[in-house]
Design a protein around this ligand. Structure first.
Ligand SMILES: Nc1ncnc2c1ncn2[C@@H]1O[C@H](COP(=O)(O)OP(=O)(O)OP(=O)(O)O)[C@@H](O)[C@H]1O
Length: 627
């Protein structure tokens, strides 16, 4: 054996590697298996070109644990290294990349898991690393290289028949878990599940049953005989779906693959197969999951791969924020993983990738909408969340989505924004020449109000999801002269403000009396207004100013203290409803008058489900007495 020193200025690198990468130790396995994969790919390429002659049909990469020796071995049948190459690649190339890594990132532990530092990551878990390798070249001899995590190494001859490399890790005292097969199998499943060459982790027992021979009638069939066979435990699917041509795949294939990725998940609604060669390489499949009814949307379900090696499930820098709600896989060797976050965000390739994915998603949605509108509408409860989220957060997407974003009214009819503008133009243009879209945030709770609006020939939209409030804001910003008001923001006749003045059936004096009467019974948050509405409109109504309500909602969303903005509403008394005259003004007795006003006010509260507790009890008792 020859001895040598790796390099003087690297004295400190090993302790640094150990210390800084402690939290993401496990990536050593990904790094070493990736190297094994690269070495195999290189040999495949050479063989294809005729530059390597031999039988290289077995490309299996073995991962082996030897409990007794305390070692974990990664064995490939790849290109191997000559002694010169070992000296060059392991002592210099690998080391300098490790050095670079440590220099750059020792202060930024958050990104470490996204990429590796190559071969030297072995020292995160091993006290001693032994490499036994033999080059594919005809006259090559095997070489053994040993390094104990300090600048000195030994190199010498070794025994090995087959070309390729064994990296033997003598696992350190603190890292004994990497000698447990469950741990290693788990890591292989995480990082190496879709690598292009078979990854073998020992064997497993497969159970089959011998076919039972037919028996004569009346005779009992014997128990089928169990046959147990030891077979290779191949961890990975070497030919994942995203690498295949979409034309060759069926819907079933996509669904099966989804199940492979998320065994517990509900089947997806649909998917997009991404495939691009220029100006960057990217393949992948993005699935649209079903989301309706779920409050908590699952993020971080897209897995990022680089040449089929798992990198991370945090793709927020690569995929636009709203698309992180999607599931699936993105594979791109061109995403620079070994740079810091801020650099990644500024990277032009990454920007292009983001733009490309957004465009693809929009195109897919547009074609679904065009091809089968009915099916698209059925999916809208799930789809709408993505589309609206996208419109709110991404201007470019908004412009694309305008064509296929839908609004739904209380008759369960769907419209594009253009179609809807057309629909309400006639009836719902106000005196300021604005289109007024009326919406409900809860069809059930606001039923009375919705019906009152509809009785006036107004159309009411359903905006019931948390994403709808910001969506309304975006629509108001982007759409020319269009405004949205909630169905409880004004009395039905005032939802769309027109110029016409209604005749008031009460004299000024009577109005004054009514105002005073109600001021005595409404809760202090309310303010009273007596207005001439239609005769058939309710005698008392409760309305909440659209602007004030939105302000309050916004503050609530930001988690601010909303005590400053109590639930404020106005109480509108309909001067033209006959009950006002009959039951209030025409009643002599003060107490009865006040009682009646209170009752009418409580009816208004009831219609908006604002009655509860003692007030509700009193109301019911009074109603019973009246019976
Ligand atoms: N199993 C192997 N078979 C053949 N050569 C290998 C093997 N492992 C490492 N090498 C050689 O050692 C070099 C350094 O490896 P290292 O993993 O540190 O860096 P890298 O693979 O070039 O880059 P990365 O940082 O992406 O891993 C490789 O470029 C390769 O030439």
């Amino acid at each position: 054996m020859q001895k040598g020193n790796i390099s003087v200025q690297t004295e400190n690198i090993f302790p640094i590697i150990k210390k800084f990468l402690y939290s993401d130790q496990e990536i050593f396995l990904r790094e070493l298996v990736s190297n094994a994969t690269d070495a195999t790919s290189k040999l495949v390429t050479l063989a294809r070109k005729g530059e390597a002659k031999g039988d290289y049909s077995d490309k299996t990469i073995d991962i082996m644990i030897d409990q007794e020796a305390g070692t974990l071995t990664i064995r490939d049948r790849g290109i191997g290294m000559t002694e010169e190459e070992v000296k060059k690649y392991l002592n210099q190339v690998a080391l300098s990349s490790a050095q670079d890594f440590v220099d750059k990132y020792q202060d930024d532990a958050s990104i470490i898991g996204h990429f590796g530092l190559g071969f030297y990551s072995a020292f995160m878990v091993a006290d001693k690393v032994e490499v036994v390798t033999k080059s594919y070249q005809d006259d090559a001899t095997a070489v053994r290289w040993i390094c104990e995590g300090d600048p000195s190494y030994e190199i010498g001859e070794a025994e090995r028949d087959m070309q390729g490399t064994d990296v033997i890790l003598h696992i350190g005292e603190d890292s004994k878990q990497y000698l447990e097969s469950d741990e290693i199998e788990g890591l292989l499943m995480k990082y190496c599940r879709f690598l292009p060459y078979p990854i073998r982790f020992g064997t497993k027992t497969e159970t089959t049953y011998e076919e039972v021979e037919e028996v004569a009638e009346g005779e009992e069939a014997p128990e089928p005989k169990k046959i147990e066979t030891e077979v290779d435990n191949i961890i990975n699917n070497t030919d994942p779906l995203w690498k295949k041509a979409p034309a060759e795949l069926t819907d079933e294939d996509y669904k099966d693959f989804y199940r492979e990725l998320y065994p517990m998940g509900e089947p997806p609604m649909f998917w997009i197969h991404l495939n691009i060669d220029y100006p960057f390489h990217l393949t992948g499949i993005l699935y649209f999951p079903k989301v309706s009814g779920k409050l908590e949307l699952q993020r971080n379900k897209i897995q990022l791969y680089s040449n089929q090696v798992y990198v991370t499930d945090n793709v927020s820098d690569i995929v636009p924020e709203f698309l992180t709600l999607l599931h699936g896989v993105i594979d791109s060797p061109d995403i620079p993983l070994n740079v810091s976050r801020s650099y990644l965000q500024a990277d032009t390739n990454v920007k292009k990738i983001t733009g490309y994915i957004t465009k693809k998603v929009a195109e897919k949605l547009n074609s679904l909408f065009k091809e089968d509108r009915k099916a698209y509408e059925e999916k809208w409860p799930d789809l709408g969340v993505f589309v609206k989220y996208g419109m709110v957060s991404d201007d470019k997407f908004y412009d694309r989505a305008k064509k296929f974003a839908l609004v739904e009214n209380t008759e369960d009819k769907f419209f594009t924004i253009e179609e809807y503008r057309e629909r309400i133009k006639e009836n719902q243009t106000d005196k300021y020449d604005r289109l007024v879209a009326i919406y409900t945030a809860d069809v059930d709770r606001q039923h009375t109000l919705v019906e009152a609006a509809r009785a006036r020939g107004l159309d009411v939209l359903k905006f019931e999801h948390a994403i709808d409030a910001p969506t309304i804001q975006s629509l108001e910003q982007k759409e020319d002269k269009m405004t949205f008001v909630r169905v409880d923001s004004a009395t039905p006749d005032q939802l769309v403000q027109k110029d016409e003045e209604k005749e008031n059936l009460l004299s000024e004096e009577e109005r004054e009396t009514v105002t005073i009467l109600f001021s005595g019974v409404v809760d202090n948050t309310g303010s009273v207004e007596v207005k001439p509405l239609d005769v058939q409109d309710a005698p008392v109504q409760i309305v909440r100013n659209e602007f004030m309500r939105r302000m309050k909602e916004m503050q609530m969303m930001q988690g601010m203290n909303t005590d400053m903005f109590p639930d404020s509403y106005q109480v509108v008394v309909n001067a033209n409803n006959p009950l006002v005259k009959e039951r209030l003004l025409d009643v002599e007795d003060e107490a009865t008058r006040s009682e009646n006003a209170k009752y009418l006010y409580q009816l208004a509260k009831l219609s908006q489900q604002m009655l509860s507790g003692a007030e509700l009890k009193a109301f019911i008792e009074r109603s019973m007495k009246m019976m």
